[in-house]
Design a protein around this ligand. Structure first.
Ligand code: ARG
Ligand code: ZN
Length: 454
């Protein structure tokens, strides 16, 4: 690139930077090529946000702390939010331009390879939601009395300037100021709110690494309940419309959490709970610590699914979206296991059979879950055939080994990432069996797997 040649004479400190480059605009995800950015790793986001209901106005400053992985003359953030008012890098005004969903930042001086830096972006206006045929409504979603964020897969950029790809997890702090009649929730642990005049500031701290699609705020009026499971604080919040179901949602969450700890291994975070907000999205998102349920009172199964994601997806995170069955297949199988735990008559074998009975033309078998394609990343095969894959694995390796595979997966990959290849290798290591064929048939072959073929 010509820019690199131009930068060749720039001196950073005492070292002459021979090859300052422009950080790339994506991390190479085949489903979302522009998601995430190259040239740095984010370690922390400080999100300071003020919400004014009148005109649905947001003013915010997001400060990303990151480490340059190469010498950078510029780098990108993903951002689809409103008007930018200032950008600084390490406190100094930085150049910035927007190109579609990319925000290109040029610091006053190039960043040396290995340098830690802070990029602060201030902006004001009204963030929005993505509307997409198969992915539905996601991003910054307006509610009757505020807003709620559900951002999977690439909607974090709708409200945050961010390295928006799950490969780059980071810790987060949220400082959210709202009129005092409203509340603001976010991921992690709550700090004491402070009211000044007619404004209240809520603070939330997420110390564990979190993928950007799991970052969330919920602003509005909420009825809330608190509880404890072991050392975990459980916070359940519902829109006043769902007030009569608050206790039910909370109890179901507590029950699912207890079972999850026994089944998948230690709970990976410090807090848990759930948020039922009013917009009718008809789906939920496993936002880290506290899932958001979009406009409905979740059943026990639904809660189990979203809590299972805290281990499978949130603690062990995909490196590429193609591996999404590691999230959805596992969370769906957790539902089957939960039902088996509740009633022997509702066993996983019965659930498996009810799906396996379906004809080859059934939507369950429409695409292979290990390579669903971007449009079908949340389709039936990823959820159901993904869960069926785990069931055939369990039958092959036996109860005890299967349980060890799940617990070892969360213990070894927890706090980081996992790939399908790593899961297959782990399953083979623990079972001592050769499982290539089983996974190949169930994850990658087109059509309904034929009996005896795995
Ligand atoms: N991960 C969510 C679940 O637990 C689904 C998210 C779907 N995302 C979307 N934009 N529709 O099932
Ligand atoms: Zn899910």
């Amino acid at each position: 690139m010509a820019a690199a040649a131009l930068a060749a004479t720039v001196t950073v400190g005492a070292v002459s930077a021979a090859a300052d480059v422009a950080g790339s605009s994506g991390v190479g995800d085949s489903y979302f090529p522009e998601s995430g950015n190259g040239g740095y790793n984010a370690t922390h986001y400080d999100v300071v946000l003020r919400f004014t209901p009148k005109g649905h106005q947001v003013t915010a400053t997001v400060t990303m702390t990151a480490k340059a992985t190469e010498a950078l003359r510029s780098f990108n953030l993903d951002f689809r939010g409103p008007q930018i008012t200032s950008v600084t890098v390490d406190g100094k005004r930085a150049g910035h331009t927007r190109d579609g969903d990319e925000l290109i930042v040029t610091p006053a001086a190039p960043l040396a390879e290995g340098a830690e830096f802070k990029a602060a972006v201030s902006y004001a206006g009204t963030p929005g939601a993505q509307q997409n045929g198969t992915l539905g409504t996601y991003g910054w979603v307006k509610t009757r009395d505020g807003a709620v964020v559900l951002a999977e897969p690439d909607g974090a950029a709708n409200w945050l300037p961010v390295n928006d790809h799950p490969v780059d997890k980071a810790a987060y702090d949220f400082t959210i100021t709202v009129p005092k009649r409203l509340k603001a929730l976010a991921n992690g642990e709550p700090l004491a709110p402070v009211t000044r005049g007619n404004q209240t500031t809520y603070r939330w701290h997420q110390s564990e690494p979190m993928a950007s699609y799991l970052a969330s705020v919920a602003i509005g009026r909420f009825e809330m309940t608190y509880g404890k499971v072991g050392g975990i604080t459980v916070i359940t919040a519902v829109d006043p419309k769902f007030k009569k179901d608050l206790t039910k949602v909370h109890r179901r969450t507590v029950r699912a959490l207890r079972w999850g700890r026994r089944t998948f291994g230690p709970y990976p975070f410090k807090t848990s709970g759930g948020i039922v907000d009013d917009p009718r999205l008809d789906y939920a998102l496993e936002t880290q610590d506290r899932p958001v349920y979009g406009g409905f009172v979740p059943s026990e199964d639904f809660i189990v699914h979203e809590l299972a994601h805290q281990w499978f997806g949130n603690s062990v995170t995909v490196r590429r979206w193609k591996d999404i069955w590691l999230n959805e297949g596992f969370a769906t199988y957790a539902e089957w296991m939960w039902r088996e735990h509740r009633s022997k008559r509702d066993g996983t074998a019965k659930t498996f059979k009810s799906y396996y009975r379906q004809p080859p033309g059934s939507p369950i078998f429409a695409s292979p879950p290990g390579a669903p394609g971007r449009e079908q990343m949340f389709g039936f095969p990823v959820y159901v055939r993904g869960a069926m894959t785990l069931h055939v694995l369990r039958k092959r390796v036996g109860e005890e080994k299967f349980s060890r595979i799940l617990k070892t997966w969360t213990a070894e990959q927890g706090g980081g990432h996992g790939t399908t290849e790593q899961f297959i290798a782990l399953s083979e290591r623990i079972s001592g069996k050769e499982l290539d064929r089983l996974f190949d048939v169930w994850l990658y072959r087109k059509g309904k797997p034929k009996r005896g073929s795995w």
